[in-house]
Design a protein around this ligand. Sequence first.
Ligand code: ZN
Length: 333
Amino acid sequence: MAALEATEPTTFPTTLAGTGDDNVEKDTRVWFDDGNVILAASGVGFRVHRGVLSAASGVFADMFSMRLTRGEDDEIGDCPVVPMYDSADDLRHLLQILYFGRKYFRPDTCADFAAVASTIRMAHKYQVQDALDDALTRLKTYYTTSLHEWQRVCADGSPALQRPSAAEAIVAVSLARLTDTLSILPAALYACCQVDTGALLRGARLPDGTLVLLEPEDVARCVDARVRIVCASGRIGAQALWLDRRAQTCRTEVCPRARLYARSKILYITPGKECDIFRPRGDVITEMLGEQTEVCAACREQMAQNHEREIAKCWMELPEIMALEVPDWPRSE
Ligand SMILES: [Zn+2]
């Protein structure tokens, strides 16, 4: 196999003629002079080895055996050119994984969201299971089933995947639907609930310009879920400040009054502006109590525990909030 650096592109300014109406430019990263087939995608040619691709993917193996025995493809020199219907970026990405494997997509590196999304689409299409599993595992570090993990990556990020933007949650939903990975959906759709409605309807653009839209059913899920989230936020606040349950050791008359005061001004989330009940917040009890600073420590502690318990309960109900059935969602802490 010809030596090729994965990180240092070589420039091939050459345009290769002889492929019908479309000229093909040599790819700067995936081009082996001893390759025996050229894959042409969006005007970019990738000279690769049939054996290498066939060993990694049955889809490539079938494609080569069907096309190349018929001898219908154009040739450059004596190398057949197979037209592909993927974007050049997606195809380059998959080929780099097939050739450079873990050197390219190392487990200890933090991957770019667009690269992970491309890998999932292409590895699913060409049935490269290990690359698909690796990329889905990375995606699951954000769109997790664990509240603890969700709050951790919201605060600190994930070492395996760069933080997805709000619009990229739309892409994550499409990948979960494509691969039938239900466990990703509650958190990914919950993230979509944080996206402005107009942006949600407009969808997200992939780096190659492809537009990704949510299915109408998933848009409806987000719109309906926002109402449920607003209701849940009221319930969380009310339970946290539970009036009749003063801490057992509480000896002051200030606490019940303070709770009543705080309850009258619970604005845990602002409908239409913010819809995130699981966002890590500093000292939410102090925030709720506002000027009522004389509340005793025991009552504060009890409120904090109530609050955490209610948040955890809501997380367990997230599939229902999103109108989903997710069999492996955690149902207890
Ligand atoms: Zn108290």
